[in-house]
Design a protein around this ligand. Structure first.
Ligand code: 5RP
Length: 224
């Protein structure tokens, strides 16, 4: 079974948690896109939900599929948020932001009653850090933050797209960090968040309630 089929299988399993009347947070990325497509099909069949997209890309996809949308401030909170991940470890800690939507994703995650993460089999790791940790930075401060993170041994790389700086939906830049050698990720998170100009990191610590992982034709559901 291909990785893409695994993503789709996890997505189909996750939307079983969505019921009519719910406000649903819609993640970003190729796995989340399968979930949005599945919700689109269910909406056509009569499921009554309202979605809150985590990115302009997801907004566009959900709109094309006819999913009614709203914004975070207009809701009384999100019933269930479903999104992919770049890595998860045995403690259900995540690295997210490979698609560059980490800031809005983390805000929606924080404001959701139930957070479901969907993953193909390649996303499960023993220890976080094979994937570079995305950190969203204010353009005004990015050069100085990059120099500081270099001194901290985190080998920042400014994310580029088509030869120019990658710009997030919130108008910021992304530095991708090497955290493979970092043993205390909680401390790393708090140290990074203290640096002025770092808006958010892709460490989603203690935020996932459920992880649905596909392995071949099977799905496994992990709970907090
Ligand atoms: C986007 C994300 C994605 O959830 C993450 O990058 C996984 O992407 P994919 O489902 O395409 O593997 O955090 O910011």
């Amino acid at each position: 079974m291909s990785l893409d089929s695994e993503k789709q299988l996890a997505a189909i399993e996750a939307v079983k948690y969505v019921k009519s009347g719910m406000t649903v947070g819609l993640g970003t990325g190729s796995t989340a896109a399968h979930m949005v497509k599945e919700l689109g099909r269910l909406v056509q069949d009569g499921l009554e939900i309202v979605g809150v997209p985590s990115s302009e890309n997801t907004n566009k996809l959900a709109t094309e599929l006819g999913i009614p949308l709203t914004t975070l401030e207009k809701t009384n909170g999100i019933d269930v948020y479903i999104d992919g991940t770049d890595e998860f470890d045995p403690y259900m800690q995540l690295i997210k932001g490979g698609g560059g939507a980490l800031l809005r994703e983390k805000i929606l995650t924080y404001n959701s009653n139930l957070v479901i993460i969907i993953a193909d089999s390649k996303k499960e790791v023993k220890r976080l850090g094979d994937f570079r940790l995305p950190v969203e930075t204010i353009p005004f401060a990015t050069k100085k933050i990059e120099q500081l993170l270099q001194k901290m041994g985190l080998h920042p790389k400014l994310r580029l797209k088509d030869g120019s700086n990658f710009v997030t939906d919130e108008g910021n830049f992304i530095l991708d960090l090497d955290i493979a050698h970092v043993s205390n990720i909680q401390l790393l998170e708090s140290n990074l968040k203290q640096i002025p100009g770092i808006v958010e990191t892709g460490l989603f610590l203690d935020m996932a309630d459920i992880i649905i992982i596909s392995k071949g034709e099977n799905t496994i559901t992990l709970r907090k």
